[in-house]
Write a protein that binds this ligand. Structure first.
Ligand SMILES: [Ca+2]
Length: 317
């Protein structure tokens, strides 16, 4: 979910808590445990195609975190190198750094866009608007490979579409179907990694966008839900968590301890600089040349350039 939840009334909350506690104590606890063990994923209730079946083995290989630390991941402060202007109307859903520019996906029905911007000035250099019925979401760049040019890949929220674009002109190249919701997207060098608001990341093939694996994310033994905007940083996967001023540093699929949160980047100092119109943190981009992180959020008037935390200087070990 990428819009604010409606705030429940206090009385309803109180009644809900009392009824829930009573029901859990009397009847529901064993049933809830069964559901938790089953852990149905977004594709688990749909008939399998032969392609899905053939990818099952690789899916299983990446379906669970492989270590179980007992301590929760530490929170790390961030160091601001620079503050850059950002369009305070942009409902940021995806952010990447490409050829010296920030490329941004924005959301909301009727306002969604894809834009190339000058990082220093915030000026929009090229803008592509989405049709009013599409809600823009996560963004990644698939580099060129034989038979395919470089493409920007943009998710939509609940519309079941993945859009591809020429990275320079932002001319749309294609529209592909997808299952489930789209929230965040990143490219790990060979695959796309997609978040959908759950605690489970999906791995997608870059050309067909078929699901080829998935990975649950845990902080110690606790599921980390509502994973949102993603960024691949030197072998680590960074993820905004919806409505939290911190970024999860995740051991990615195939890495030692895959799926475990290794640390949290604490953005609370950035929040104190923002006005009341700034909504959730939701934009992370990495420039491999300067090794700087660009961090912003929905309707933030600032992009913060952060020093790379020492943890991220080397890939996970
Ligand atoms: Ca990103």
């Amino acid at each position: 979910m990428n819009l604010r939840r409606a705030a429940p009334k206090p009385l309803a909350i109180l009644l809900g808590v009392l009824l829930s506690a009573l029901a859990s104590a009397l009847v529901l606890a064993p049933h809830i445990e069964d559901i938790a063990q089953a852990e149905p994923g977004p594709f688990s209730t749909t008939p399998q195609t032969s392609t899905q079946a053939s990818t099952q083995a690789s899916t299983q290989a990446t379906s669970q975190a492989t270590s179980h630390p007992t301590a929760q991941a530490p929170s790390l402060p961030v160091r601001v190198l620079k503050r850059l202007p950002h369009d305070p109307a942009a409902f940021t859903q995806g952010l990447i750094f490409h050829h010296g520019e920030l490329v941004e996906s924005t959301g909301l029905y009727g306002q969604s866009s894809l834009r190339r911007t000058n990082p220093e000035t915030g000026q929009v250099l090229v803008l592509a608007r989405l049709p009013g019925a599409l809600f823009g979401e996560g963004l990644a760049l698939c580099p060129p490979h034989p038979g395919k040019p470089a493409r920007l890949v943009q998710l939509t929220w609940r519309e079941g579409r993945i859009l591809t674009y020429d990275p320079l002109s932002l001319r749309q190249l294609g529209s592909h179907s997808m299952q489930g919701e789209g929230w965040g997207l990143a490219w790990d060098g060979t695959r796309l990694i997609l978040s959908d608001g759950t605690d489970t990341l999906r791995l997608l093939a870059p050309d067909s966008f078929a699901q080829i694996g998935r990975l649950k994310v845990r902080d110690a033994d606790a599921p980390v839900r509502e994973l949102n905007e993603l960024e691949w940083v030197q072998g680590w996967l960074l993820a905004n968590v919806w409505e939290q001023d911190r970024i999860a540093v995740i051991r990615p699929p195939g890495a030692p301890g895959q799926g475990q949160v290794a640390a949290w980047l604490d953005l609370s100092a950035l929040r104190r600089e923002l006005g009341p119109g700034a909504e959730v943190a939701n934009g992370v981009a990495f420039d491999p040349q300067t090794r700087a992180l660009y961090v912003t959020g929905k309707r933030w008037n600032t992009v913060f350039v952060l020093a790379l935390p020492p943890l991220l200087e080397q890939p996970p070990r």
